[in-house]
Unconditional design. Structure first.
Length: 273
């Protein structure tokens, strides 16, 4: 009779194992649905006007008790943009990790709303260095080890340049997503404080935006034609502008007038009224 008893024990154990496996699978499915719903609500908040940095500061990681990073918020947004309506929809963590570990943006969407990366072409960097003499800080660098911009100091996305002090001469080519306003505000504040002595910013020429209006008192070069950003075969689908924050307008004109037309806002006080 003993073999029957042993077999009975084995049968019971197997049934328990199979039942546990089923519960695990269901728990994983439920957890995945919750992650997608959480991500959807995050993007809903961003679309409603909340800044990515503001959301990151208020979104608490339950494991660490600390706020999530800006990078985390940006990846969550990209996951939703790329995969929310996919059929069948993949596991949230799988596509999140895929985007996180990707070494570079997908070439096919480089200029779409799905990526904010636009690396400065060489002709702009040459003019920036010629104008500023040297660059003390690139707050939006692609890399510290192999930076595209020859600055003394670089902040990458992992450093969170918006939270760091800026000093000296600055060249800024910020992410072109909805965080661009935060970068423009930071640049203006650091320059007005005197910590940034001179700065040049490469931006899309979106003259209808509030962040563009924040720079209207600074001299600007509207670049002729469309730039071809580094690593891309096609030119950008939008025009670009270069703003100079400093006092030596003649120097800026000398270095950038060959790239595009130089513009300055006129005010009533300029005419002696």
């Amino acid at each position: 009779m003993r073999p029957a008893i042993v077999q009975s024990v084995f049968d019971f154990a197997i049934r328990e194992i199979n039942a546990l496996e089923g519960r695990i699978v269901k728990a994983e499915d439920d957890a995945d649905d919750m992650l997608w719903e959480q991500a959807r609500q995050v993007v809903e908040q961003l679309d409603a006007g909340m800044k990515q940095r503001q959301l990151a500061a208020q979104w608490i990681n339950a494991r660490t008790g600390k706020s999530y990073s800006l990078r985390h918020v940006q990846i969550v947004r990209q996951v939703i943009a790329d995969y929310l309506n996919s059929q069948p929809r993949p596991r949230f963590r799988d596509v999140y990790n895929e985007i996180t570990n990707s070494s570079k943006p997908k070439e096919s969407v480089h200029f779409s709303s799905e990526t904010a990366e636009h690396y400065t072409p060489a002709e702009i960097i040459t003019a920036v260095v010629a104008c500023l003499g040297s660059i003390d800080l690139d707050p939006c660098s692609n890399s510290v080890k192999k930076p595209n911009v020859p600055a003394r100091r670089h902040y990458t996305i992992d450093d969170d340049g918006l939270s760091k002090p800026w000093r000296g001469t600055v060249y800024m080519n910020p992410p072109y997503g909805d965080v661009i306003d935060s970068w423009v505000v930071k640049l203006c504040e650091e320059h007005e404080s005197g910590r940034v002595t001179e700065a040049i910013a490469l931006l899309p020429a979106r003259t209808d935006t509030q962040w563009f209006a924040k720079l209207r008192d600074h001299i600007c070069c509207f670049i002729t034609g469309r730039l071809t950003f580094l690593g891309n075969k096609e030119s950008a689908p939008f025009p670009s502008a270069v703003f100079y924050l400093g006092d030596d307008y003649a120097k800026f004109y000398a270095k950038f007038s060959a790239i595009g037309d130089i513009w300055q806002r006129l005010e009533p006080g300029m005419f002696g009224e």
